[in-house]
Design a protein around this ligand. Sequence first.
Ligand code: DGL
Length: 259
Amino acid sequence: MDNRPVGFLDSGLGGISVLGEALRVLPDENFVYFGDTKHIPYGDKPPETVYRYTHAAVEQLLDAGCKAIVIACNTATSVAAARLREELTVPVIGMEPALKPASLLEGEGKVLVMATRVTLALPKFEALMERFGQDAVRVPCPGLMECVEAGELSGPRVEGLLQELLQPYRDMPVKAVVLGCTHYPFLKKTIARFFEPHVQLMDGNLGTARQLGRRLEEEGLRSTGPGGQVTFLSSMEGDAPIRQMQHMLSQWQQLTANQ
Ligand code: DGL
């Protein structure tokens, strides 16, 4: 048993969609969330730069006394998870685009994988494609994360951008869409409107939260509670980024309240 918090990190606000699931499935745990807003985006930077930023974020979380690290960012996971697992003694849990469950769905049609350019280009995703990518199509989505950071979860800007990004796939039969960046689940309802009602939109958030629970259990690190506390940290100075993160968590809780 270990009542220290679990550390979450992302380039900005996206990982809050994973944190929200962890708060639901692990109610006895407390959390520290680090948003690296100063260095966002990760998704179009060279991998070595993303590694450096991710490493620095992990150090902040360890300094804050975290017992485990969740890399709540697909891009940072693809770049840094394997190396960090070799370096660190605490459990490191990462994200993976939900291509495996999407490819196993019944029905005909393509699986569109929406993610950052870096996630889609790295060997980790290539390996996933080799195993489960027979019907998959890579859909890089530059600009989409920026809408979430600006709090625009619907409306003309985000819809116009989605129109542009999804245009090349408009005539393809689609059975599933993978939300392979932790910012995109915030846009789930808006993205769903671009597809037929039977198309499933899948993310890895709940799976990651459950995996965190399993890893804590295996390592004897589960908290005895009381839990549910979140401390926010940012690489930007001042209160504004912290307030923005708190606001985003309550947005997420409202978006998922009836699920
Ligand atoms: N949230 C991050 C991810 O899951 C990416 C956003 C960024 O480009 O920084 O990939």
